[in-house]
Design a binder for this molecule. Structure first.
Ligand code: PLP
Length: 393
C-alpha cells in the first residue's frame, strides 16, 4: 500500500487557525475590549423568504407518498438547470440545460474537475488567489506555474508571449483582491487559451456582486469562451447558501480537447462519483432565480456592497492603496508603512480591536497586503471604520 505522497507536499493551512489563536489570546488579555471581525469570508444575512418558502414546500412534498422524490436527475433537476439557463439568457448567454451541472458548491467542482485532466498538464495559477486551486493541484502532483498579481497589473495578471500552460484558473471578481477582469482583458486570456489549446477554469462565485454593467458576469459573454472555458458558480455568496450547499458548473458542448467533448467526460465523472444535491436544496435554488428571489437576494448583496463602500471610503480618506470594494465583497489593501501582512494584523488587533486576514495567506504575492471583507453587520462596519480613521501611521 502506498499513500498519495503528493499530500505531503501540501503546506499546512494554518491561516485561519492562527488568526483564531491570536484573537483568543488578545481577548483573554483584554476581556473588556470589543473585537470587530472584518475577516469573515462567510455570509451573515439569512436566506431570503422566497428560498425558505420553496424549501418548506419541498419538505412537505418529501413527506407525501405522491410527491416524494428519491434519486434525482443525473445533472441536477431540469427545473433548476432551466432556471439557470434563463438566468444566463438575461446575461446575453445562450446555454442548453445539458451544459449545466448542479453541484453542492463551487469548491467541490473546482477540485473534482481535475479528474478529467491528465496529471501531466502544467497549471497556471494567479498569486494571490483562493488557496483551493493550488492545493488541489498539489494533491495531484501537477506542475504549477504562478502568474503574479501586483499593484502594477492591478492584481489582474494577463498572458504574454512567454505564458505557457495547459490549464489556467481565473477568478473574477477575485478572492482575495476583489479585482474584476474587463471584457477586453478576458478576451486576451480566451485568445491565448484557444491558441495554446489550453482550458480556462473560470470561477465566477462572486459574479452577483458586479454592479458595473460594462464588466462581464460570465466568461461566455465574451466571444470564443465556449471553445476554451469551464465556468464554476455558486449560490453561496449570491444567495447565502454557504450552509445550504448548491452551485453549478457550465461545460459547453463546444469545448473539445483531443477530439473529446469535455462535457461528456464531466458527465461521466459526475454520474460515477456524485449522486446529486438534495431535492429540497434544488427547489430552494430554483427560487433564487425567480423574479421574487432575484429581487430579495439583490437587497442582501446591496447591503454587503454598501458595507464595502463604507470601508473603501475610509481607506481612500486615509490615503491607503486598495483594490476591490466595488463589484466585490472584498477589499485588498496595501499595509501602511511597508508593514508585513502579519505585522499589520497584530497592529490592527492590538491597537484597534479589528480583525482582518493577512494577505500572505493567499500566496507569496500577498505579502504586505491585507484582506477586509464586507460580510459583517453595518453597525460593526461603522464602528470599525471610526476606529480605523484614528490610524496613526
Ligand atoms: N470560489 C471562490 C473564489 C471562493 O472564495 C469560494 C468560497 O469562499 C468558493 C469558490 C467556494 O464556494 P462554495 O461555497 O460554493 O463551495
Amino acid at each position: 500500500m502506498k499513500i498519495n505522497n503528493n499530500y505531503l507536499n501540501l503546506k499546512d493551512s494554518y491561516l485561519f487557525s492562527k488568526i483564531a489563536k491570536r484573537v483568543s489570546e488578545y481577548k483573554a488579555q483584554n476581556p473588556d475590549k470589543e473585537v470587530i471581525r472584518l475577516g469573515i469570508g462567510d455570509v451573515t444575512l439569512p436566506l431570503v423568504p422566497a428560498v425558505i418558502e420553496a424549501m418548506n414546500k419541498a419538505v412537505d412534498e418529501m413527506g407525501n407518498a405522491d410527491t416524494f422524490k428519491g434519486y434525482g436527475e443525473e445533472q441536477g433537476y431540469s427545473f433548476l438547470r432551466e432556471a439557470i439557463c434563463e438566468y444566463y439568457t438575461q446575461k446575453g448567454v445562450t446555454l442548453s440545460s445539458d451544459e449545466i451541472f448542479i453541484s453542492d458548491g463551487a469548491k467541490s467542482d473546482l477540485g473534482n474537475i481535475l479528474d478529467i485532466f491528465d496529471n501531466d498538464n502544467t497549471v497556471l495559477i494567479p498569486d494571490p488567489v483562493y488557496p483551493v486551486y493550488v492545493d488541489t493541484n498539489i494533491m495531484a502532483g501537477r506542475k504549477i506555474v504562478f502568474i503574479k498579481g501586483t499593484v502594477e497589473n492591478s492584481f489582474l495578471p494577463l498572458p504574454d508571449e512567454n505564458t505557457a500552460g495547459d490549464i489556467v484558473y481565473i477568478c473574477s471578481p477575485n478572492n482575495p483582491t476583489g479585482a474584476v477582469y474587463s471584457k477586453s482583458q478576458l478576451k486576451l486570456w480566451i485568445d491565448w487559451a484557444i491558441k495554446n489549446n489550453a482550458v480556462i477554469l473560470f470561477d465566477s462565485a462572486y459574479e452577483a456582486f458586479i454592479q458595473d454593467t460594462s464588466l462581464p458576469t460570465s466568461i461566455y459573454q465574451i466571444e470564443g469562451a465556449k471553445q476554451c472555458a469551464i465556468e464554476f458558480c455558486s449560490l453561496s455568496k449570491t444567495a447565502g447558501f454557504t450552509g445550504v450547499r448548491c452551485g453549478y458548473t457550465v461545460v459547453p458542448k463546444e469545448l473539445v480537447r483531443s477530439d473529446v467533448p469535455l462535457n461528456k467526460l464531466w458527465l461521466r465523472r459526475q454520474t460515477t462519483k456524485f449522486n446529486g444535491v438534495s431535492y429540497i436544496v434544488q427547489r430552494g435554488a430554483q427560487a433564487v432565480f425567480t423574479e421574487k428571489g432575484l429581487g430579495q437576494i439583490r437587497e442582501n448583496i446591496e447591503y454587503y456592497l454598501e458595507n464595502a463602500r463604507i470601508i473603501s471610503e475610509t481607506l481612500t480618506d486615509l490615503g491607503i492603496w486598495f483594490t476591490g470594494g466595488k463589484n466585490s465583497p472584498y477589499i485588498w489593501l496595501k499595509c501602511p508603512n511597508n508593514m508585513s501582512s502579519w505585522e499589520f494584523f497584530d497592529y490592527l488587533l492590538e491597537d484597534y480591536g479589528i480583525v482582518g486576514t493577512p494577505g500572505s495567506g493567499f500566496g507569496e504575492q500577498g505579502e504586505g497586503f491585507f484582506r477586509l471583507t464586507a460580510f459583517g453587520n453595518r453597525i460593526n462596519i461603522h464602528k470599525a471604520m471610526e476606529r480605523l480613521r484614528k490610524l496613526s501611521i
